[in-house]
Design a protein around this ligand. Structure first.
Ligand SMILES: [Zn+2]
Length: 85
């Protein structure tokens, strides 16, 4: 493939500078991390567990579940508010 004819890896629309286009370049780290998380999830890897265990030890899984329940609850509340407005 010619170096000057590359298309952005993310949006597949704009011409890439290197891997991403001008608009997607600042988001490169976020795009990469999202992909890495998706692959880890597909492979069944719990890469986050180590961090949670550092803080909560044995209770790590319970604490993480609680955190996500809280997060989703507030997310739905926020979304409801936006919809109502
Ligand atoms: Zn792009």
């Amino acid at each position: 493939m010619h170096a000057n004819a590359r298309i952005c890896d993310h949006c597949q629309r704009a011409k890439a500078l290197r891997r991403y286009c001008r608009a997607c370049s600042p988001k490169a780290a976020a795009i990469y991390n999202r992909e890495a998380r998706r692959e880890a999830k597909a492979a069944g890897q719990r890469y986050w567990l180590e961090w949670w265990e550092k803080t909560y030890g044995e209770a790590a899984l319970t604490k993480r579940r609680e955190y996500h329940q809280m997060y989703m609850r507030s997310y739905r509340r926020r979304r409801k508010k936006v919809k109502a407005a």
